[in-house]
Design a protein around this ligand. Structure first.
Ligand code: CO
Length: 426
């Protein structure tokens, strides 16, 4: 470049920066672009900002072999699973997905929520078997490689703990505190019905008792209809083999059913004519009603949604803000998500991001200009069966307050005049 052109380029760069600064200060930025998008007053002045050449351009970067299994940027070190401090004991514990820090619908494997009843076993796949027995013509004992020889499927589905959140736990600060016991991934495995056909189901078979190979021998009864419908025996998640915390080397996957039924580390499928009435379907995972009776075998996770941005502990600025979040239903596809920015007085339909998949997280978005006055924002999902996510009042009117599981109430965020977002469910 000759000196003349260089001077001219540098002049127009200066003009661009000057003009940008002028725009940021004016009303145009507030209406059209997120304020601060071009401002650099928050960044440290260490010479890495335009028009300087940043230091990471001045020497070669890390060797490709420095990280055989990739990890996120060290600058994202706070995007981690949310592990509540008041766990009863470490072997019976949970960790939540930081849903407020994620985009799209797929949860990275390292951020998948967990719920364990007897710790995470370390299973050698060569020493693991899946037994299928009971009311069958031909009992089977399958190795992991045997299971992988059957015709396979990959499907994207959410997984959610039925205690997400429990009726007693709506006091958290972040979206993860409130509703972080949900994740979504691509699951690969064998349709369970193919394995059951191989074993040959006898007449009278009504339930499949699934048992995990963990220290809790986590056990649940699954209706045979689900097993012959979309249930899977899964070995991979988001393309790679299951992580130990997700049931390596084999787990049950029941799209739309409460998380604990998706038995991890599955070692046994006992085909029977009645449920086993395990601890996890009598003393736990039942829903006590005001009458004193309990709802039992409440398998489906009903339609639900939450705004993840803006959400608790975040701070917004006046002007344009995109409202975004996730919605899902155990009964099928999300048909609609409405968003209110006036505490529920009026609602506006959000845009659903494709793909909208059955029993999967669905991303929704709504453009919004905030005028700086305190507001309460919330989202309300409707699924393809026409079921509408209830308010907490609508949910608890018939079911009372003794229930612990299956709280799919609308979640509210309070935005203060200074832009700070807090839990609005109190
Ligand atoms: Co239930």
């Amino acid at each position: 470049m000759d000196q003349k052109r260089k001077d001219s380029a540098s002049r127009s760069r200066r003009r661009f920066l000057t003009d940008s600064t002028a725009i940021i200060g004016g009303a145009v930025a507030a209406a059209a672009a997120p304020a601060g998008a071009l401002a650099d007053d928050k960044a440290p002045s260490n010479g890495n900002l335009p028009p300087n050449v940043p230091e990471w351009m001045k020497a070669p970067g890390a060797d490709v072999g420095s990280q055989p299994y990739g990890t996120p940027s060290p600058f994202e070190k706070n995007v981690i699973r949310n592990i509540p401090k008041n766990q009863p004991q470490y072997t019976s514990s949970a960790s939540r997905t930081p849903i407020q820090d994620l985009d799209g619908i797929i949860t990275p494997n390292g951020l998948f929520y967990e719920r364990h009843h007897g710790g995470i076993p370390e299973i050698d796949p060569a020493q693991h078997r899946l037994m299928i027995h009971g009311l069958v013509d031909k009992p089977l004992v399958l190795t992991v490689e045997d299971v992988r020889r059957f015709p396979s499927q990959s499907r994207i589905h959410f997984l959610e703990c039925s205690g997400n959140p429990s009726y007693t736990a709506m006091k958290g600060k972040t979206a993860s505190d409130l509703v972080g016991l949900v994740s979504c991934g691509e699951w690969t495995g064998v349709p369970l019905k193919i394995l059951l056909q191989e074993a040959g189901i006898k007449p009278g078979a009504k339930w499949v008792i699934a048992e995990g190979a963990d220290a809790a021998a986590m056990t649940r009864s699954i209706p045979i209809e689900k097993c012959l419908d979309d249930a899977m025996i899964v070995y991979s998640q988001n393309g790679e083999r299951l992580r130990p915390a997700q049931g390596y080397p084999l787990r049950v996957f029941l799209p739309g059913f409460e998380g604990n039924m998706n038995i991890k580390w599955v070692r046994r499928l006992h085909i029977t004519d009645e449920p086993v009435y395990s601890r996890e379907e009598t003393s736990k995972y039942t829903d006590l009603l005001p009458s004193g009776k309990a709802r039992q075998f409440t398998f489906y996770m009903e339609a639900k949604s939450i705004i993840t941005r803006p959400s608790g502990t975040q701070k917004i600025e006046k002007g344009f803000n995109e409202i975004t979040g996730i919605a899902w239903s155990g009964h099928g596809k999300i048909a609609k998500v409405d968003v209110s920015v006036d505490g529920g007085k009026s609602w506006k339909a959000a845009t659903l991001q494709e793909p909208v998949l059955t029993r999967a997280l669905t991303r929704f978005r709504l453009p919004w200009t905030w005028d700086g006055s305190p507001v309460v924002i919330m989202s309300r999902a409707t699924d393809e069966t026409g079921y509408v996510q209830p308010s907490f009042e609508e949910l608890t009117k018939p079911r009372g307050l003794n229930s612990f599981y299956h709280n799919n109430a609308i979640m509210r965020w309070q935005i203060a005049a200074n832009g700070e977002v807090t839990n609005g469910n109190a």
